[in-house]
Design a protein around this ligand. Structure first.
Ligand code: ATR
Length: 264
């Protein structure tokens, strides 16, 4: 039986096993997908399990998307450019790291039919998924990317990867066409983002990487101001879709039932 695992810390909230095991069953594969809470010093032995074929694929979530890189033999261009890995497998006897968060975000944006061409994208946060969102936004033709994070030190690391992004102080709201919440603010229903959206105008997209709860305070602000808004559910489903396709060489089905698996 083939073995797959998602690693992170914390990990109990992860719905990746629900999605992957559903697709595994649907396709009659002899495989199982589990979740594992790890610490930094467990990464080396986990990757050596991949090398030895004891584990066939790994998904990586917070806080290891960057930390896992030194243990890998090779990276895709996307993983190199974002310095982030969320999907690992053995390729030509080498432990290979790829980043499907980029495709996940692109698919999700395509699905809601919002054109990023020549748009200003304003990103809140500097966590593990931000480099992927920046890279995907650039690929989709955005003209300017502005990032704001409460802790300046953390956002400087992202500036080192993408020199052409603009940084602004936490609390300020510049002119933008797309605003993306990539902070963890909103995971708790009572979380509020203290930003002033009263003068932002119309035809904007409010995008929240969070999908549970499905409508955060941030998305509600987008809704109340008459703008388009979307949560991170499709991005999550599509990053899993791309990982599944890489591992099993099968395009899994995405339908209402798949998406309902994430309503927990
Ligand atoms: P992830 O990789 O999932 O984004 P993370 O690395 O813990 O997780 O990042 C969480 C993000 O939410 C960070 O950008 C964090 O800001 P700091 O770098 O200043 O910690 C942001 N965040 C969390 N709580 C916040 C709060 N109360 N106000 C503003 N930003 C917050």
């Amino acid at each position: 039986m083939k073995k797959y695992v998602v690693i992170g810390n914390p990990i109990s909230h992860s719905l990746s096993p629900e999605l992957h095991n559903y697709w595994i069953k649907q396709n009659g594969l002899n495989a199982i997908y589990d979740k594992k809470k790890l610490n930094d010093n467990d990464l080396k032995s986990l990757i050596s399990d991949v090398k030895q074929g004891n584990i066939n694929g790994v998904n990586v979530t917070v806080p290891f998307k960057n930390a896992v890189i030194p243990y890998l033999d090779d990276l895709s261009d996307e993983a190199k450019k974002t310095q982030a890995v969320n999907t690992i497998f053995l390729k030509d006897k080498k432990v290979f790291g790829h980043n499907t968060d980029i495709e996940g975000f692109e698919y999700a944006i395509k699905k809601i039919d919002f054109d990023f061409k020549n748009k200003t994208v304003f990103i809140l946060g500097a966590g593990g998924v931000v480099p992927s969102i920046i890279y995907a936004s650039m690929k989709m033709g955005s003209s300017e990317i502005i990032v704001s994070n409460r802790t300046k030190e953390k956002v400087k690391k992202i500036k080192n990867i993408f020199d052409n992004i603009k940084l602004i102080d936490w609390g300020k709201v510049p002119n933008f066409d797309v605003i993306i919440n990539a902070t963890s603010l909103g995971l708790n229903q009572e979380d509020k983002i203290n930003l002033d959206f009263t003068n932002i105008g119309k035809n904007k997209l409010f995008y929240d990487v969070i999908y549970n709860p499905s409508e955060t305070y941030f998305l509600n602000a987008g809704k109340k101001s008459g703008n388009k808004y979307e949560n991170g559910k499709l991005m999550f489903v599509y990053q899993a879709f791309s990982a599944f396709k890489l591992w099993h060489n099968i395009e899994p089905i995405i339908n209402n039932e798949t998406i309902r698996l994430l309503d927990q």
